[in-house]
Design a protein around this ligand. Structure first.
Ligand SMILES: CO[C@H](O)c1c[n+]2c([nH]1)[C@H](O)[C@@H](O)[C@H](O)[C@H]2CO
Length: 461
């Protein structure tokens, strides 16, 4: 979605008297490699992120997921924290390599046993599990066979999905195939900032297409056996031209095609955006029409991860995508360099509503990394900036519902401070502070506030 020029922080009109629906789902989210630790325990196979972290220079301070939040052992304690927050749902991911150590073939029952214990613990606590099958941690053995560049990857993923459905479906009633295929493609195969660290324009569209095919095959596999709901999680970032100049508006259109329409159009409209195809030019392969039919297999909900917006200025023609993000006067920026812009969440939700037929939507990630002071005497972590970010974005959701968006729920990113990928442990997104020296968890002020939001169903933001 690209709109007229907006500068500074927009004020969002509060919709007085607009409540969240009684069945609005309040949750928090994590991902396997970022919190579990013990990546090779009990027969698990290494992932590309285990390999990436153990490759010198890839991750800040040489940080790895070897221990992380030790959630693999501390999950009962973390479920107790979820109860304290009053979470109604918990979004987590399943590490493919724990279930299928080689990616295909022999199942590691101990890996499935771990997730079964976690799911049963959640259900016992009255917390609905929301499981993501793929949150970036491809088995390294499959990467050795080409990974997402290999057209067989869609079948590998469907085989893995079927194994997990067979063990957990019914107790898990909300499934996601992929978390943010755009980030997998852009970070893993274009910028090289994420595992497996490729930098190749010709690989990117092939990877994106195989990820989408894998999504379609997993949805079809679920339709054959599953009785509940399955969807896709995408990151969406609204694009606003830095000026009304033609080149900035054209650059904005390209940025919008590259990030936002890239996966939404095939999944919901069965075709790629023409602007995207033109951007890649000779690097854009030809794909069989039958692939697009597979990719557009209907889903039950869309998960949207929203963090920030992008003001786009044409950068004079480097890679067919403008990368300039001019700093916005008066705006607040998080530790990850992302502008705090809640209006972008409202614009995004209304864009999805109007362009894609108002599908059921969950905000599956929304949060911010700000510097946290050390844990104070008496065990408090005062994080006013994160609290303000949370408030601003939750307020927007009320407006989106008033605008007619079919918004079903919200998952804060993240339950715990965790491994922020190539940033290592330097960026903290948690509602709960983690001392990585001793694994002590401390509820932050933002977490306590979120608990009040949940208890009031969004009355007190
Ligand atoms: C550019 O923002 C993306 O939507 C995005 C932000 N985030 C994500 N995707 C990932 O899904 C999480 O694993 C990250 O920890 C989290 C915070 O960086």
């Amino acid at each position: 979605m690209s709109w007229g020029v907006r500068t500074g922080t927009a004020s969002v009109e509060r919709v007085d008297g607009m409540d969240f629906p009684d069945d609005f789902l309040w949750g928090a989210a994590t991902a396997a490699y970022q919190i579990e630790g013990s990546p090779l325990a009990d027969g698990a196979g290494a992932s590309i992120w285990h390999r990436f972290c153990h490759t010198p220079g890839m991750v800040r301070d040489g940080d790895t997921g070897d221990v992380a939040c030790d959630h693999y052992h501390r999950w009962p304690e973390d479920i107790a924290l979820m109860r304290r927050l009053g979470l109604q749902s918990y979004r987590f991911s399943i590490a493919w390599g724990r279930v299928l150590p080689q990616g295909t073939g022999a199942v590691n029952e101990a890996g499935l046993d771990f997730y079964e214990r976690l799911v049963d613990g959640l259900l016992e606590a009255g917390i609905a599990p929301n499981a993501t099958l793929y949150h970036w941690d491809l088995p390294a053995a499959l990467d050795d066979c080409g990974g997402w560049l290999n057209r067989d990857s869609a079948d590998w993923f469907a085989e893995y999905a079927e194994r997990v459905f067979r063990r957990l479906d019914g107790r898990v009633k909300m499934w996601t195939t992929l978390n943010e295929p755009w980030v997998v493609m852009d970070g893993g195969y274009l910028s090289g900032a994420l595992a497996p660290g490729h930098r190749n324009l010709y690989e990117a569209p092939i990877v994106a297409h195989n990820l989408l095919r894998a999504h379609g095959k997993a949805v079809q596999a679920y339709r054959a056996s599953g009785a509940h709901r399955i969807g896709l999680v995408v990151n969406l970032e609204p694009k606003y031209p830095a000026s009304d100049a033609l080149q900035d508006r054209a650059a904005t259109r390209r940025a919008h095609a590259y990030m936002n329409r890239h996966f939404m159009d095939p999944v919901f409209r069965g075709r790629y955006d023409e602007v995207l195809v033109q951007m890649f030019g000779a690097a854009w392969p030809s794909f069989p029409a039958s692939d697009l039919e597979l990719i557009r297999t209907p889903i039950d909900f869309l998960g949207i991860n929203y963090y920030t917006r992008n003001v786009v200025r044409d950068d004079g023609g480097r890679f067919p995508l403008p990368v300039d993000r001019p700093v916005q006067p008066g705006a607040t920026y998080s530790e990850t360099g992302w502008e705090v812009f809640p209006q972008g969440l409202l614009d995004t939700l209304n864009w999805v509503r109007t362009r894609y037929g108002n599908p059921p939507v969950y905000i599956t990630e929304n949060g911010s990394a700000f510097y946290d002071p050390p844990v104070a005497q008496g065990g408090a972590v005062h994080d006013p900036l994160r609290m303000h970010y949370l408030r601003q974005h939750l307020r927007v959701l009320r407006q989106a519902i008033a605008d007619g968006c079919d918004l079903r729920g919200y998952y804060a990113w993240s339950l715990l401070d965790n491994l922020e990928w190539a940033h290592g442990y330097s960026k903290r997104f948690g509602l709960v502070h983690v001392d990585f020296q001793n694994q002590r968890r401390t509820l932050k002020d933002s977490g306590a506030h979120y608990a009040r939001v949940i208890a009031s169903n969004g009355q007190c933001l």
